[in-house]
Write a protein that binds this ligand. Structure first.
Ligand SMILES: *[C@@H]1O[C@H](CO)[C@@H](O)[C@H](O)[C@H]1NC(C)=O
Length: 388
């Protein structure tokens, strides 16, 4: 006879909804151990599976402590948005062989609306760099975090140290915001780029500090609408568009802006670099604005004669067409006599290069500039004296 009154059940649900935390998945409750020694890859994947299958927005929480992760793939598509909130540190195996031949240490693939908030990544790259320096055959260097085929991504407040290769890779993505990120690796660590972007559009990188052994930000083929502001670069090799044009059929790079940034002790400042090989790629609509150079070795560079060790391209010229590049309000000091160096392609000269309000000093005197193969270009208020 006991028919549970449904109206009562209804009232209970209205007034005592399940707590929101039901949709927050703490990796520790899936068995992850914050001791830095126990491999926590499987518990992280279980937390991901729960979040990914959740019809409502959900979050994954990583508390304080050190969590040892081997190569891990967070695969989508997922049912709704996921916030990855990290208070702790994710650490890679200390031995460089510990990641095997993984393409990335932490990989997000085919996800939409993923927000990574906070966190430290410690890839413990030292043993991998030692392998590289020894000339032994080493596994391919795994970037610390990679997004492949991902859309609507936010990475906010992440710190990455001692990556084996690039700290953060954005590949084949749309709409990515990277902010308040720190990427730190020693000056001489090989190939430790800060952020690499390729085949992606509508990417913003802002308020970030990138002190690494290689490029601060490197921009590969197929990058459209990249906006960078408030970056602190150096040590490292500066912001680089390229290397491009190694392949004949290559997508172009278009609409890139870098503003309000500082380069300190970097090997280059702002560089565009292409292989001396035939290619159908291009670089156009680029703006570098309001940039301070503190003792950067080559503050402004276009190098279209890249051919390391003279292999695969001797006596060829770059097919990449560079046009509409504006350098505005760039000042500070150069660590070499040459402040501006445009070495463009004989067969595809650079076009519409503009220099405006440039003031670069070398040992308290105007730095020099040199130009090869530049057409239809202009400048105003230039120190060094222009070569355009
Ligand atoms: C160029 O990129 C910016 C973002 O930096 C974007 O707002 C703008 O719409 C893009 N312009 C074109 C013509 O696509």
């Amino acid at each position: 006879m006991t028919n549970f009154p449904f109206s009562l059940l209804f009232i209970i649900i209205i007034f005592f909804p399940p707590p929101l935390s039901a949709l927050s998945y703490n990796v520790v409750s899936f068995g992850a151990k914050p001791d830095g020694r126990t491999v926590s890859t499987a518990p992280f994947l279980k937390a991901w599976a729960s979040a990914c299958n959740s019809a409502a927005p959900s979050s994954i929480y990583v508390p304080k402590g050190r969590f040892l992760l081997k190569g891990i793939v967070f695969r989508g598509p997922c049912k709704n948005q996921i916030t990855f909130r990290i208070d702790g540190t994710l650490v890679a195996p200390s031995d460089y062989r510990g990641l095997g031949n993984s393409d990335s240490w932490i990989l997000f693939s085919k996800v939409n609306k993923v927000f990574v908030v906070g966190g430290t990544l410690d890839a413990r790259g030292a043993s991998y760099w030692a392998c590289k320096r020894s000339g032994k055959s080493c596994p391919v260097g795994a970037p610390s975090m990679t997004f492949n085929w991902a859309n609507n991504i936010v990475i906010n407040g992440l710190t990455s140290i001692n990556s084996r290769q690039t700290h953060l890779v954005i590949n084949a993505c749309k709409k990515v915001l990277v902010q308040n990120v720190k990427a730190i690796a020693p000056d001489q660590s090989p190939n430790t780029d800060g952020i690499h972007v390729q085949t992606s559009m509508d990417v913003t990188i802002t308020s970030s500090t990138l002190q690494t052994g290689d490029d601060c930000v490197s921009i590969g083929a197929g990058t459209y609408n990249l906006f960078m502001t408030n970056l602190k670069c150096g040590p490292g090799h500066g912001v680089s568009i390229g290397s491009l044009g190694k392949e004949l059929n290559e997508d172009g790079v278009q609409n890139i802006t870098l503003k309000d940034s500082i380069f300190t002790g970097s090997d280059n400042g702002i560089r565009i670099k292409t292989w001396a090989r035939p290619s159908k790629g291009f670089v156009r609509n680029i703006l570098f604005d309001n940039i301070i150079m503190n003792n950067a070795k080559n503050p402004i560079v276009i190098d279209q004669n890249y051919c390391p060790d003279n292999k695969g391209c001797p006596r060829q010229s770059s097919g990449i067409q560079i046009s509409k590049v504006m350098y505005r309000n760039i000042r500070g000091t150069s660590a070499t006599p040459e402040g501006v160096n445009f070495d463009c392609s004989v067969t595809n000269p650079c076009r519409e290069i503009k220099l405006q309000n440039i003031k670069l000093l070398y040992k308290n005197k105007a730095a020099m500039s040199s130009c090869k193969n530049v057409r239809r270009s202009a400048n105003a208020m230039l120190m060094p004296r222009s070569c355009l």
